[in-house]
Design a protein around this ligand. Structure first.
Ligand code: C5P
Length: 223
């Protein structure tokens, strides 16, 4: 089965607040998105990569990919106003031969080849598979108006979901055909009535969102 990875990087980076676009921020001597891309480039289960980028930075990303010698990147496509729109644009760029689609945030550089392989194997079997880790904190439901605690969720059943999220092509296309918005792709599959399974992500597989996350990422690199 041909497998394509869609890597969205077209966010505004508002919560990060730096002049340099977040995916291009230096992490241990190179732009952090390059670290993410290299893991997919090196994975034997990935045949092609579609990078979804901010429209105004397209040329810069194409040059970066060429300079880094990333041969699996088949296209840099312009993203949109929301993550869902960006992934949808990535989906419309995949060729007819792709049967499995991986979606992975460009700003999660600590994804591993093992995670990608496990997700792809499980998605082939099950239709949809997403990386997740057991939640560490206790989570309560709170009335946002009064501040009153309404309940405590059972932590043993709560997972923080991450990317990679992997889908059989028919499953993700059906989910996106609903035309809805969501903060992750699996939510759309759930809404379309599909079954989603989790596989182990990692506590290091963080999404770099705020400046604190970058400090943590630097600490991970230093071991
Ligand atoms: O916004 P969020 O933290 O969910 O972003 C996750 C990933 O999706 C990031 O890599 C970000 O660049 C990307 N994204 C995108 N287009 C948007 C918003 C987010 O490609 N409009």
């Amino acid at each position: 089965m041909r497998t394509v990875a869609i890597i969205p990087t077209a966010g505004s980076g508002e919560r990060f607040g730096s002049a340099v676009p977040k995916p291009l921020v230096d992490l241990g001597g190179e732009p952090l998105v390059l670290r993410t891309l290299r893991v997919f480039e090196a994975s034997s289960v990935v045949d092609g990569i579609i990078l979804v980028v901010r429209e105004d930075l397209k040329k810069g990303y194409e040059d970066l990919v060429a300079r880094a010698g990333l041969r699996k990147v088949v296209a840099c496509v312009a993203g949109g106003a929301t993550r869902t729109v960006s992934v949808r644009r990535g989906l419309s760029a995949i060729g007819p031969e792709a049967e499995v689609v991986i979606v992975h945030d460009g700003v999660r550089p600590f994804v591993t080849g093992a995670m990608i392989a496990e997700g792809v194997a499980l998605a082939k079997e099950n239709g949809a598979a997403i990386a997740a880790v057991p939640l560490k904190p206790t989570v309560k439901l709170v009335d946002s108006v009064t501040g009153e605690v309404k309940g405590t969720l059972e932590r043993a059943r709560l997972f923080e979901v991450q990317t990679p999220q992997v889908f059989r092509r028919d499953v993700i296309e059906k989910a996106y055909a609903l035309g809805l918005e969501a903060t992750d792709d699996a939510a759309l599959v759930e809404k379309a009535g599909g079954r989603v399974r989790v596989f182990p992500g990692s506590y290091r597989n963080i999404k770099i969102t705020t400046p604190e996350d970058l400090l943590l990422a630097q600490a991970f690199l230093e071991g």
